[in-house]
Design a protein around this ligand. Structure first.
Ligand code: LUZ
Ligand code: MOS
Length: 755
């Protein structure tokens, strides 16, 4: 089954927000954003902007009919700045004009006077000043401080990871169209139509039933549109409400990079204790999350850092503490992995530090401590593990010993080129960590001609979820895919949805679809049974034929549907699915938050040019736990994309804010993301197949986020290669490992190295 969007994508016919045909009279909005990261607004003068050609109005917080508030988890985020600005890029005013160009020209005429206040960009400084978004969280198993007393080896260190720009190909945007009786219809490029509906409801003062959000598809989201599509929709809604005309805002790339939050940078402390056999006995970690100026999704992201702080390892004594620190950066937000990668980097750094000091191969420690089925995570859930299976299959299938030998030989022979290798096991929990979000609905209509129409809460953002949902329908009804259409995601067809996020969208919406289809199927079979004078259990529908005890009958799918219709049987159903088994008690920080876990192991090899510090990834070889993949092509695409995106985060993507909180890496000329030249020369993916019972749709495990974390192996492969050139380098754990940093490390303490 190929991706159902493939044809229109290739022909350029797929419709994104900016392709929606415009209604006559449509206005264009553009935001004036704060040039200062923290300060008190002394005066705001929009008169010159208002007098610009084509300008209809310039709106500020004073024009908001409802509340000036869009915070989803915590009410701490104004839509438009009132008396203070809290980050560079914070929207202060909205220009609404007849054309896009006129709106942006008028922005330049707005004058604001801001009294600067102290700017915090460092999460540790924020924590020291008690600028916390929420009280600290602590996960604990065993007794780490007692356990350290019995460790043979103890190592400590610091690990830093930087943020990451989402760089969805389609920028953020919205298009709001007034309807009769003050209602609004809004097209939005969002992963969370219901979140947009709620934000618009707050800002406009309209009830949710007045606000229809429609999403055709996204040109990528990666978490950046889980919460932060709300701003643009709310701004357009507010302008449409006031002007009574349609209003569109599609951000330019630099506006998007400047005004939206990114992956959270973290600064972390670790302490790891091992016994003589290299078993990890105790682990302590403290995470300082750089949340930015308001909460956004930071509390949820923080939680996932704690859930994944031991990655794919069993550690009996763990104390992990996490601080969500308020700084004067744009509010950081969801990004593929959602805090998990940041937690996993720290344990990998700790293991690397231990291996370095003990002068052993780090994979010895990794392998020794892999999760076994029945082990307990620090949060109380017992694991059903595939960690050893994936690791063992990877090391044997790809012959890791040979890879290591080849690299040793290469390094012995070459002076100015060095190769490095790292193994990277992953373990990622599937479900929203906030238990109440794990539900979905699917509205299935079978039309009297036998064609089928599906609406769910799932948002197609290139990940192929619509194709997977279509496969569910095709399989349950046993009909040809061309009889099935997946609708846009719309809050009036499917209500109260969770965002398409947490890798759980196909599972949740697929299962809801399965439930709805089975319900309709049961009715159809009953109609056939009545018609054929038999019992429902003897009826089967196969390849659009109606079978009675496996024999063909006079009925087929089309005639059966028509028959059911004439007998006044409902051909529609609204399926509801809520993940069973999941629960979590925040007061104890224990529970069973995840439906299941996804595992895998990657082997990453790199070649470093030791004269210039540049590098190429030779290969990433993966054994990945797919359960029973329902669409290998789509899943493979997710693995390849995830790996490249993970490598980008770990190696070349460098977000730089200056001390005043201004984004310096604000365009694609200064912010480098992987291209085809910097992608690994080879990505090999071996499917680890298991039929074990799990809560995935058709046992096809979630695949969206987990592979990103293979990219962490790239950082440690570079570490390994640098060490081969300069064994005395004391490499700090500070991602991304850009070519600049590689070069500095290659020649750090080189006098000592020569000795
Ligand atoms: N979003 C969310 C997520 O709200 N909760 C989660 O647990 C999550 N996990 C991954 C990605 N997005
Ligand atoms: Mo996401 S980080 O699953 O929106």
């Amino acid at each position: 089954m190929i991706n159902i969007d493939a044809r229109t994508h290739v022909k350029g016919e797929s419709i994104y927000l900016d392709d929606i045909p415009l209604i006559n009279g449509t206005l264009y909005a553009a935001a004036f954003d704060s040039p200062i990261a923290h300060g008190k607004i002394i005066s705001l003068n929009v008169a010159d902007a208002e007098n610009c050609e084509g300008v209809v109005c310039v709106l500020t917080y004073k024009n908001i009919v409802g509340e000036n508030e869009i915070g989803g988890i915590i009410r701490d985020e104004p839509l438009l700045a009132d008396h203070h600005v809290h980050f560079c890029g914070m929207p202060v005013a909205l220009v609404v004009a007849e054309t896009d160009e006129q709106a942006r020209a008028a922005i330049k005429k707005i004058k604001v006077e801001i009294e600067p206040l102290h700017v915090i960009t460092d999460p540790r400084e924020a924590a020291a000043k008690n600028e916390l978004i929420i009280p600290p969280r602590k996960f604990k198993i065993g007794d780490s401080s007692a356990a350290f007393k019995h460790c043979d080896y103890i190592f400590q260190g610091i690990a830093e990871t930087n943020g990451q720009e989402h760089l969805y190909i389609e920028t953020q945007g919205a298009y709001a169209i007034p309807q009769e009786n003050n209602a609004l219809k809004i097209y939005s490029s969002t992963q969370g139509p219901t979140a947009v509906q709620k934000a618009v409801s707050k800002v406009t003062g309209l009830a949710m039933h007045q606000i229809e959000i429609d999403v055709i598809r996204l040109g990528g989201g990666f978490g950046g549109k889980e919460d932060q599509a709300n701003t643009w929709a709310a701004l357009c809604a507010m302008a449409a409400q006031i002007t009574k005309r349609p209003v569109k805002y599609s951000l330019h790339r630099m506006e998007d990079m400047r005004m939206t939050g990114k992956r959270h940078p973290y600064s972390s402390d670790f302490k790891i204790g091992l016994n003589k056999d290299f078993n990890i006995i105790a682990y302590e970690a403290t995470f300082y999350q750089n949340a930015g100026a308001s909460a956004d999704l930071s509390p949820a992201v923080l939680e996932r850092t704690l859930f994944h702080c031991t990655n794919s390892y069993f550690i009996p004594n763990v104390t992990a503490t996490a601080y969500s620190c308020r700084t004067n950066l744009p509010p950081n937000t969801a990004f593929r992995g959602f805090g998990g990668p940041q937690g996993m980097f720290v344990i990998e750094a700790a293991i690397t530090k231990a291996a370095e000091e003990l002068n052993i191969d780090r994979s010895i420690i990794q392998q020794k401590n892999l999760l076994q089925t029945g082990n307990e995570f620090p949060y109380g859930q017992l694991v059903v593990s595939e960690a050893n299976e994936c690791w063992n299959k990877a090391t044997s299938f790809y012959n890791v010993n040979q890879i290591k030998k080849d690299i040793e030989q290469f390094n012995a022979k070459n002076k100015l080129y060095k190769k490095g290798v790292a193994l990277m096991p992953i373990c990622f929990g599937i479900s929203f960590t906030n238990t109440m979000m794990n539900h979905a609905r699917s509205l299935v209509h079978v039309f009297s001609d036998g064609s089928v129409n599906i609406s769910t809460g799932a948002v197609e953002m290139g990940q192929g979820v619509n194709t997977k949902i279509l496969q569910v329908v095709a399989q349950i009804f046993s009909i040809h895919p061309n009889k099935i259409k997946i609708n846009t995601t719309n809050t009036f067809r499917v209500a109260n949805t969770s965002p398409s996020a947490a890798s759980a969208t196909a599972d949740l919406n697929g299962k809801a679809t399965l439930i709805a289809c089975n319900e309709i199927l049961k009715r159809l079979k009953q109609v056939a049974a009545d018609e054929l004078n038999t019992e429902e259990k003897n009826i089967e529908i196969k390849n659009e034929e109606v079978l009675l005890n496996n024999d063909k009958t006079s009925l087929d799918w089309k005639s059966l549907v028509l028959l059911a219709f004439t007998k006044r049987v409902s051909l529609s159903e609204n399926g509801h699915y809520a993940t069973p088994e999941v629960h979590f008690d925040k007061t104890k920080e224990k529970g069973h938050p995840f439906a299941y876990h996804v595992f895998g192991t990657a082997i990453v090899t790199v070649t470093v040019d030791c004269l210039r510090g540049i590098y190429e990834f030779d290969s990433v070889k993966v054994v990945h736990d797919f359960g029973s993949s329902m669409n290998k092509k789509i899943d493979l695409g997710q693995i390849e994309g995830g790996i490249v995106q993970g490598i980008g985060w770990m190696t070349m993507e460098e977000i730089i804010y200056n001390a005043n909180g201004k984004l310096i890496s604000n365009a694609l000329s200064t912010y480098k993301i992987p291209d085809i030249y910097s992608a690994p020369k080879n990505i090999d993916v071996e499917f680890y197949h298991s039929d074990k019972d799990n809560l995935a749709i058709f046992r096809s495990k979630a695949v969206g986020e987990p592979p990103l974390m293979y990219g962490i192996g790239a950082y440690f492969a570079l570490h390994d290669a640098i060490k081969a050139f300069n064994p005395f380098a004391k490499i700090s754990f500070n991602a991304p490992m850009t070519p600049e940093k590689v070069l500095m490390n290659l020649y750090a303490s080189s006098k000592e190295a020569k000795k």
